[in-house]
Design a protein around this ligand. Structure first.
Ligand code: F6R
Length: 615
């Protein structure tokens, strides 16, 4: 997830773009760059690190008179966060580069496209999928009558998600941009126009915006803007809307808190996690799960998952899939405990360190200990180039984009997608009988999930709001689940504790009768995950035990189920353990609304830090 901005107007473009990038820095900041045409020549200036590093470079090349340009702040998904991978990327034959592009998104088929472009004689300087688009547009231009046609030709070859903006020597006062499954907004000013991944980039200059849709191209100059269809190049009617948000609300995409924004980003996160990781087949058979990062490592005889907090809960959930689908025995360890234990390993074992930040001190120490024992470690991280990512033997990136809210939400969702893919990947490498049918089913569900969640989230939020009004005065809560829903119960309890400061405990529902049930009384509510899986009858009887002690129950159930609880919360039915993807946002929203109803600081709960780099 990167921040992009394009400008066509009458002011000096470079300082305006850099200022816009500063307002987008919350989207990611491992490198930044600008591109513009001056004196008929393409200029690209970029720097590794925060925006200040780019400003420092720009200070040494003053007199940038351009009034049209593009700029990018990067959050790496492909290629290390170094200058050669920073955007813009230039397109054209070596020495004759004539266009520059910035990109937010993931091009799934970039390797195939790159092979064709290499064969056609294009040279590559970076490891990015974006540079492939740059040369592809140059190739499109060479084959077409106009830049616009060449641009559209190239984008039609690309599969995946993108919001792009391009400048070209051929039309120095024009910015071309396009979107497919990634946000892109046009800002309509007086004598100037903007395009950006987020409104904050241009908010000081205009509040009049046009929301671009997938498959649309826009051509901007200082005095005009035109939206065209990518496939037919026919003009599209678009309406200009005036937004009322202040800068902070705009950075949160209009949501009240980053946490809420990140919960609502989860459909997109699932699609991004899958991008390029599910083989396309033309013959209807289930394609393979693609995790080329792991191809060089052996299939483990046993897996040790090591993590903290929410990432630990993702690991507990993933264990069910790895054991059920791939037949690989899994132990899940809390990193702070594991690092001071005996750390005994058998030959053939491998470990996975799960960490959103990639910097959690206990997880990093555990990773080092495991590697000292001669056992390979896979890092499952969100932050590219983080310590865990660097020190692991192989790393899989979750591609969830920066998570700003201290309480982790979308990161867990992305870790769950990757753990599901990992289970399918090991099942295919171990040739587990029936693996193909399981894979076909799982891919169908995973592909449907973004739409299912997109449609369900608004109603889920309303239910969470209503429940929060009714239960915000509770002093304690139980969260119960069985099987793969048990880690979700742990996560539901953690979220409620850390956000609303209400005491909460997550329990395996079957454990209640071994002690905790003594606490149940009419003002001690229980939140149960009771989705229709093979453990539903068991979960149901545990809920009845709670009700028999007059404990109020909120239960997540599937349509058509009668449970006789105070608060049945019906969520869409999703098959098997992947139902967790529906339970997770319901619980996140519940905690969010409870905390908000109590007036707590949702994005920055007391005593917590986003990245725990101390022991
Ligand atoms: C809870 C939360 C924490 C983190 C934990 C591990 O909402 O955010 O429990 O999950 O500190 O962090 P990472 O995944 O960065 O290692």
């Amino acid at each position: 997830m990167c921040g992009i901005i394009g400008y066509a107007g009458n002011r000096p473009a470079v300082p305006l773009i850099v200022e816009g990038l500063r307002r987008l820095e919350y989207r990611g900041y491992d490198s930044a760059g600008v591109g513009f045409v001056q004196g008929g020549r393409l200029n690209v200036i970029k720097a590794e690190g925060r925006l200040a590093a780019l400003e420092e470079k720009l200070a040494h090349c003053p007199n940038t008179l351009a009034v049209t340009g593009i700029g990018h702040t990067r959050w790496a998904t492909h290629g290390a966060p170094v200058e050669r991978n920073a955007h813009p990327h230039c397109g054209g034959r070596s020495g004759q580069e004539h266009l520059a592009i910035i990109h937010n998104g993931i091009i799934e088929n970039y390797q195939e496209l790159k092979a064709d472009l290499l064969a056609a004689g294009y040279e590559f300087r970076s490891e990015t999928d974006t540079e492939v688009l740059a040369h592809l547009i140059a190739e499109g231009r060479a084959r077409s009558a106009s830049f616009l046609e060449g641009f559209a030709w190239a984008l039609r070859q690309a599969r995946g998600a993108y919001a792009v903006a391009v400048v070209t020597e051929e039309e120095p006062s024009v910015v071309y941009a396009a979107r497919m499954s990634a946000p892109l907004i046009l800002g309509v000013g007086v004598g100037e126009h903007f395009v950006a991944s987020d409104i904050p980039a241009f908010l000081p200059y205009t509040r009049d915006v046009v929301f671009l849709q997938d498959g649309e191209i826009v051509r901007l100059t200082d005095h005009s803007w035109e939206v065209l269809g990518l496939f037919d190049l026919a003009p599209r009617e678009k309406s200009v809307q005036t937004i009322q948000w202040d800068l902070q609300a705009a950075q949160r995409g209009g949501y009240k808190h980053f946490m809420l924004k990140e919960i609502f980003e989860q459909p997109r996160v699932i699609a991004d996690c899958l991008a390029g990781r599910v083989e396309e087949t033309s013959h209807g058979a289930a394609g393979r799960a693609l995790l080329p990062e792991l191809d060089a490592l052996p299939v483990p005889s046993r897996l040790r998952i090591i993590a903290c907090g929410t990432s630990y809960h993702a690991g507990l959930w993933g264990r069910h899939l790895l054991e059920q689908w791939a037949g690989v025995p899994v132990t899940v360890e809390i990193a702070s405990e594991f690092r001071y234990g005996e750390a005994l390993f058998e030959p053939g074992e491998m470990a996975i360190a799960i960490s959103q930040s990639g910097e959690t001190a206990d997880t990093l120490a555990a990773l080092r200990l495991v590697r000292e024992k001669g056992c390979p470690v896979i890092g499952l991280c969100n932050v590219v180039g983080s310590s865990i990512a660097r020190e692991a033997d192989a790393v899989i990136y979750t591609q969830a984009g920066p998570e700003i809210s201290v309480a982790s939400t979308k990161a867990m969702c992305s870790q769950m997608v990757l753990l599901a893919l990992l289970a399918l990947y090991y099942a295919q490498r171990r040739a587990v009988p029936g693996a193909e049918a399981v894979r076909a089913d799982a891919f169908r569900v995973l592909r449907d999930l973004p739409d299912i969640l997109e449609a369900a989230l608004p109603a889920m939020r309303e239910t969470a709001q209503r429940l929060a009004r009714a239960y915000a005065s509770a002093g304690s809560f139980f969260f119960l689940g069985r099987g793969p829903a048990y880690p979700l119960a742990l996560e539901g309890a953690l979220k409620l504790k850390e956000l609303s400061y209400i005491h909460a405990e997550g329990y395996a529902a079957g454990e209640m009768k071994h002690g905790p049930i003594a606490l149940i009384e009419p003002d001690f509510p229980t939140f149960a995950v009771a989705l229709s899986d093979n453990l539903f009858p068991k979960a149901k009887s545990n809920i009845i035990e709670v009700q028999a002690r007059r404990g109020p129950v909120i239960a997540l159930i599937n349509p058509g189920v009668e449970l006789g609880v105070e608060e049945p919360w019906v969520v869409p039915a999703v098959k098997g353990p992947l139902a967790g993807f529906v339970a997770l946002p319901a619980m996140q929203l519940f905690s969010y609304e409870m905390a908000d109803a109590l007036g707590k600081d949702v994005d920055q709960p007391r005593n917590l830090a986003k990245s725990v780099t101390v022991e």
